[in-house]
Design a protein around this ligand. Structure first.
Ligand code: NAD
Length: 294
């Protein structure tokens, strides 16, 4: 079995590391927060005193950190300390430019690397059913695949360095836009005297069908497992949706792509966050839209 260093043991990192332990790997973890380290220890992770000592004996390093600046800083610290030829996997959601920078830092020190952001949230992390979107060279991906397996429902090789992050932000831009579309339709339906169930029954079997409607329905009732039935507890917090929509906008500006609906979605989630919605599920945007109606 493999020795894996796991840096970043938060809401996602801890259950992911736990699944690696259950698969029989030796996992050595580090995080800046004592309570996250305590949870990791309970899950069978060996705790290191810092990131550098976590990677000393590792064959593989997995990072699950908040943003690009954290990933680039941590790679700068640990890449020189790891054994040459170590496989680096970054599963954080970060901007494409920082992802490519992290690949370059790893390569400089003789390592191979994969950017492997995920979809599926904390539920998928706990269940080991995350979708991994991977970017990197073929040999790096081939090495990463069996390591990702115990945490994954699906693993897709999207292309070269940064392609995983590109796929992630494109997917989440679709998600943000489609959630707003579905929420607007329910708010309009309410004004027109249409019941939530009637609109759901029609749209879920018609051309309006999409994941934001059929799996994550933003009004309570039609899909009992959606966060709307649980006071909009995340799930996937609106603050994280805003983060991903901003990453998509940054990427679109850098690449010269027209994404007017993506820009509008980023603006609406920005307002929702500014009004205190950041900690609620992103489907709670329906309440924000309802509040705006006259
Ligand atoms: P989180 O804030 O719970 O966890 C991040 C952890 O990184 C924290 O525990 C923090 O202490 C730690 N950290 C920060 N800097 C560090 C450093 N220098 N060294 C060691 N540890 C450090 O966030 P999360 O929800 O676990 O998300 C992690 C990543 O996964 C983010 O990039 C997020 O966008 C992405 N993501 C989250 C979800 C979700 O539903 N939560 C879904 C998909 C993707």
């Amino acid at each position: 079995m493999t020795t894996i260093a796991f840096i970043g043991l938060g809401n996602m990192g801890n259950p992911m590391a736990s699944n690696l332990v259950k698969a029989g790997h030796t996992v050595v973890g580090f995080d800046l927060m004592a309570e996250n380290l305590a949870t990791a220890r309970e899950n069978g992770v060996t705790i290191a005193q810092d990131a550098i000592s976590a990677v000393g004996d590792a064959d593989v390093v997995v990072t699950m950190l908040p943003a690009g600046k954290h990933v680039v800083a941590v790679y700068g610290e640990i890449a020189p300390a790891a054994k040459p030829g170590t496989l680096f996997i970054d599963s954080s959601t970060i901007d494409v430019e920082s992802a490519r920078k992290a690949h370059a830092v790893a390569a400089e020190h003789g390592h191979v690397s994969v950017d492997a952001p995920v979809s599926g949230g904390t539920g998928g992390a706990a269940a080991g059913t995350l979708t991994f979107m991977c970017g990197g060279a073929e040999d790096a991906f081939t090495r990463a695949e069996p390591i990702l397996q115990p945490m994954a429902g699906r693993i897709v090789h999207c292309g070269g360095d940064g392609a995983g992050q590109a796929a992630k932000i494109c997917n989440n831009m679709i998600l943000g836009i489609s959630m707003i579309g579905v929420a607007e339709a329910f708010v309009l339906g309410e004004k027109l005297g249409l019941s939530h169930q009637a609109l759901f029954d029609v749209a879920s079997t018609s051309s309006g069908q999409c994941w934001s409607l059929t799996t994550y329905c933003p009004v309570p009732g039609p899909v009992p497992t959606s966060p709307a039935n649980n006071s909009y507890k995340p799930g996937f917090a609106a603050a994280l949706m805003l983060k991903d929509l901003k990453l998509a906008q940054e990427a679109a500006q850098g690449a010269g792509a027209a994404t007017p609906l993506g820009a509008e979605a980023a603006q609406l989630y920005g307002l929702f966050n500014a009004q205190g919605g950041g900690g609620t599920d992103f489907s709670g945007i329906v309440e924000f839209l309802r509040g705006k109606t006259g």
